[in-house]
Design a protein. Sequence first.
Length: 568
Amino acid sequence: MHNGDGAVGPGIPGLRTHRQVDVVSSEHIDTHRWWRDAVIYQVYVRSFLDSTGDGIGDLAGVRAGLPYLKKLGVDGIRLSPVYPSPQHDHGYDVADHRDVDPVFGDLAEFDLLAGAARRLDVKVLLDIVPNHCSSEHPWFREALAAPPGSPQRARFHFADGRGPDGAEPPNNWHAMFGGPAWTRVTEPDGRPGQWYLHMFTPEQPDWNWRTPEVAADFDRTLRFWLDRGADGFRVDVAAGLFKHPDLPDSPDPEADARARDSVNPLAWNQPEVHEVWRHWRAVCEEYTRRDGRERLLVGEVSVPSAREHATYVRPDELHQAFFFDLLGAPWDADAFRKVISEAMQDIAGTGSTVTWVLNNHDQVRTVTRYGEPAPQGSGLGTARARAAALLMLALPGAAYIYQGEELGLPEVVDLPDDVLTAPIFRRTGSRARIRDGCRVPLPRSGQASPFGFTSGAEGAAPWLPQPDWFAEHATDRALAGTRSSWHLYRDGLQLRSALPQLGEGTLRWLETGPDVLAFVRADDLVCAVNFGTTPVSAPVLGTPLLASGPCPPGVLPGSTAAWWINGS
């Protein structure tokens, strides 16, 4: 039993006397299934491991990394898009949904990866992007070559412009990555023509899901990858797909322009989208009936409240949806308690489990986000990130880990402008919401770039530059140091797998002082987090099973989380 300082702890005496309050629970729980309490590792493929020496990670690199991930203890991996793409948005502009981009390998390499993962009992989830495609997708090229009103254009949102000669966009919608959500095309005869909708970038036209042909084609895509051994899909922009059929003006275009997440109620969260997820769930269950292997759908759902979030994980829709409210919560005990309680009340109440996440490829890493301005990642931000990880792994439900999180990586905040690739930066010139800093290729070994990321002495430089201080977070050093974040994650995952109290189920809050959050799982496992900086009395006497930092018996230091077993 690891107590955060390399020591093995003895059995734990009983709880201190606290009044238990605010009981929250999951009712109507289904029979246990692998995904309900799974821990999935998000692989950002181009930054995970490069097997070819071109400076870009690939599927063969992911396959080579599977033993490392198995040793860490995850149940599965989620791959970022590997489809053919011009890479205007790092693969989320898909040109062919049923192939692999040569930069990442080929279909044969995917088959090898799926087979290797199956032998290790590691699930493989693919990113699927149903809201939009690439402007180089064959169907969009056909639409550009076809006349207004044609079946080819009906696959997308083409509309006449407003104002004299149709020179103004059809409505006032803003794109998520800056600028208007409409681009005017030049018609085949050379005249300025209609406009097409793109809620992200002009290189990513939105599909028109009111055209049955679009749904039918995605059916073929689902079956293509399920037939090749995929265990499921992470669904991009799962609250998107359908737009208001009349495409009216947004009631608050300024808010739309400021937001990073979806807020335009006319473009997101339309009721028709739920029929799509019911159908996709039925497809997955069809495959499960064939061989007994449950396939998973996990949605990227950006909606205003936990209650609306819950509508996406009803028993016949998505199995899971990322609960981003925890990721977005400030480092504050009351804020964490509020979002956890709402999730347990509204989401777990559907019979689903909550899907927790603290990091992903679109967000500033927790080490930096929780207050660490220094890039080296020592100090307060690191301590808080470790504590948050232990809290997340103790919560009922499933959890997703973003690559490098287990290494305690901070955000790379000083990338020069000339290497930035984020569409937001290209479209607005602002660095405020860029995402490159969490996507820098992982450090594997050594003291200098490429830190073992790319193979061969003559390998190309990593596609984003790695700072010198990455040496402190390299995998080889993390594995060697028993106090590293890697060992904290590994120990937490081992205990989570071994202890029936963890995973899905219920939690019960304990009454605590200010800045402290504590709850009980299954009546005897206690997790507590001190969000403050001053040590407090621990809610359990004795040495913890696991702690995010040095944690003497009876004391819970500041910026620290710990687990105890009552009566062990």
